[in-house]
Design a protein. Structure first.
Length: 170
């Protein structure tokens, strides 16, 4: 399964700026490609990038988001978020509902068909990733899963501690 990897020019330029383990650089490559994937999917689905990003936030949030929460996550103004939600609602991707706990609060819910459409577009990629994972033995799978989950935690911690307004590093 060992593969010879030659860093692309972008990675070589980044490597000149800081030292990191090859595993960290491989993760950096994966994050760059994921960004390219999101942009390509937005184009493929005929969605504005911000609309696609909003759908991602609505799909992955542990609880329904309100328009202002969505605006903060996207780094846009509340007025822009209202326009975005209007656009997504008109396209049938999102619906607004009053909160059962606080009738003043509006919650945004991704439409199940739209979620299915987005996930459906990813199915060939999931199949390819599953084929790669099928070549791993149980110990390798456990190691990869543990590493990726730890990387996700470290990335979230970095966002919260260093990149969030009011955090110690900002």
């Amino acid at each position: 399964m060992a593969e010879t990897w030659t860093p692309d020019p972008e990675e070589l330029a980044e490597r000149a700026l800081t030292a990191a383990d090859d595993v960290s650089w491989a993760f950096r490559e994966a994050t760059r490609v994921t960004g390219e994937l999101d942009a390509a999917l937005a184009r493929h689905l005929h969605m504005k990038q911000t609309d696609y990003d909003a759908m991602g936030h609505l799909m992955s949030a542990p609880a329904p988001l309100g328009p202002n929460e969505l605006a903060r996550r996207l780094g846009i103004t509340p007025a822009s978020a209202t326009e975005l939600v209007d656009r997504l609602e008109s396209a049938g991707h999102v619906r607004r509902e009053r909160s059962a706990l606080d009738r003043r609060r509006v919650e945004l819910h991704a439409d199940a068909d739209s979620v299915g459409m987005i996930i459906g577009e990813l199915q060939p990629l999931f199949a390819a990733l599953d084929a790669i994972a099928a070549d791993l033995d149980a110990e390798q799978r456990a190691t990869v899963i543990a590493y990726l989950r730890a990387v996700s935690r470290a990335t979230r911690d970095y966002i919260e501690s260093e990149l969030t307004p009011g955090a110690s590093g900002t």
